[in-house]
Design a protein around this ligand. Structure first.
Ligand SMILES: C[S@@+](CC[C@H](N)C(=O)[O-])C[C@H]1O[C@@H](n2cnc3c(N)ncnc32)[C@H](O)[C@@H]1O
Length: 279
């Protein structure tokens, strides 16, 4: 049983005060891991944090281009995309509360956010020059990953760029039994059927869907590391998260469980990013 009211559950997200966070009405035990972290005040919800995002975006020209973002979440990358001056922006997230968070962030370019499955966005063919999606393919089945990558391909004009930042497994020849153990432990800890892939497997997935990989980068998993959180959330943000961790026993138990899994697998779990060009 949760020890908090629904309204208290929005307390961590100080800069999005009027919007209820996704899954705020679920008890902590069953909430997906990224929304647990969001409830605690965390805004950067991807594996390695914003540093790898910035390295990835540095490879992509956004200024003057039509941008589509899959799964914008709390909008951290949305802000970076907007700062880069796109000609237009469309976000696609299956959660209606995310749509409410993103729409005001993109209003200045007449942008919008639609509530849809990224595998079937309903947007026109060749209507984007850049598609960006982070921490959303990992949580799909193999078929789901292929469907979303196929949709990115359909939305992009020829030569358009698809940038992804996801959870990786290392090294490429990691034993299958270790991969299985990681997937099972992750699913238990984050309540999402996460299926991270090795860098070679991600690359193969993109190439077999009609993309040429132009750039890739990888960094150690740092979602719950202090130094990365200080960089991503700032000192005030980290203090707020720590206060929330201390005062929300049910959410704290979930974070500790996630930490244990990340620590158990150490270097085998990474963040990987790719920029690929539609053939
Ligand atoms: C872990 S959060 C990542 C949010 C953000 N990209 C970030 O990195 O901070 C996952 C997001 O993916 C969205 N999502 C997951 N599967 C989706 C799908 N098939 N179609 C659209 N959105 C999806 C969720 O609603 C959530 O907003």
């Amino acid at each position: 049983m949760s020890e908090h009211t629904k309204d208290e559950r929005t307390a961590g997200a100080a800069d999005i005060p009027s919007v209820r966070l996704p899954q705020a009405d679920r008890d902590a035990e069953h909430m997906q891991g990224h929304w647990v972290l969001a409830q605690l005040g965390k805004h950067v919800l991807r594996p390695v944090g914003e540093r790898l995002t910035k390295r990835m975006l540095a490879q992509v020209t956004i200024a003057g281009r039509r941008a589509v973002e899959f799964a914008p979440g709390l909008g951290r990358t949305t802000r970076l995309i907007m700062e880069a001056g796109p000609a237009s922006y469309v976000g696609v997230d299956r959660d209606e509360r995310v749509v409410d968070i993103i729409r005001p962030l993109v209003a200045s370019v007449g942008g919008t956010c639609v509530q849809a499955d990224a595998a079937q966005t309903g947007l026109p063919d060749s209507s984007a020059d850049v598609v960006i999606g982070e921490a959303m393919l990992t949580m799909q089945s193999e078929r789901g990953k292929r469907a979303i990558i196929g949709e990115a391909h359909r939305l992009l004009a020829p030569g358009g760029l698809y940038a992804i930042h996801e959870m990786g497994l290392a090294p490429d020849d990691l034993d299958e039994s270790v991969k299985d153990a990681i997937r099972k432990d992750l699913a238990r800890a984050i309540k999402v059927n996460a299926r991270p892939l090795t860098e070679a497997e991600w690359r193969e997935l993109l190439e077999s869907a009609g993309f040429d990989v132009l750039w890739s980068g990888s960094e150690p998993m740092a979602l719950l590391k202090m130094r990365r959180n200080l960089a991503d959330e700032g000192v005030a943000g980290v203090l707020r998260i720590m206060r929330n961790v201390l005062t929300h026993r049910d959410l704290r138990a979930r974070v500790m469980q996630m930490r244990r899994v990340f620590n158990t697998y150490g270097d085998a779990l990474t963040g990987v990013a790719f920029v690929a060009r539609r053939r």
